[in-house]
Design a protein. Structure first.
Length: 144
């Protein structure tokens, strides 16, 4: 079980794989200086109920993981979480999508990811350029 520690005073526990996906989405939004709500249901062993945080770039945030290996990251789940984070309700832990991955995934109005992880720039005028995907393209939609 990993932990999210907020402002050195609040701790929330999440499965390492869930936390790794949350970390990608949260860090991407905070790098863009975006504040947003993050809400989740608390597990029964923590008394059930719901919890919510207002995340702001100026407030310290720590992610700690129990396991030593980085979990496999699902691009589809990142997209679903990012869509949630960009909504008026804020980030919520949504179920991991299952099924067939679309042939091309749009991560930004001008960026697509092909199944072979090529980053494709779509200028909107029919001109398309592609390159190998970078970590920053996944974490912040190619904005860095």
């Amino acid at each position: 079980m990993g932990q999210l520690i907020y402002a050195s005073t609040f701790e929330a526990r999440f499965d390492d794989r869930v936390l790794a996906h949350l970390q990608i989405v949260i860090v991407a939004k905070l790098r863009r200086q975006e504040s947003f709500a993050f809400s989740w249901s608390k597990p029964r062993e923590e008394g059930s109920g719901r919890a919510s945080l207002w995340l702001h770039p100026a407030i310290p945030l720590v992610f700690t993981f129990h396991g030593g290996r980085a979990p496999t990251i699902s691009r589809a789940w990142i997209e679903a979480l990012m869509s949630s984070a960009n909504s008026s309700a804020g980030l919520r832990i949504v179920p991991e999508p299952s099924g067939v991955v679309p042939p091309v995934t749009r991560v930004h109005s001008s960026l697509l990811i092909a199944p072979d992880d090529r980053l494709i720039a779509d200028s909107g005028d029919g001109a398309i350029a592609d390159s190998a995907i970078t970590d920053s393209a996944i974490t912040d939609g190619g904005r860095s």
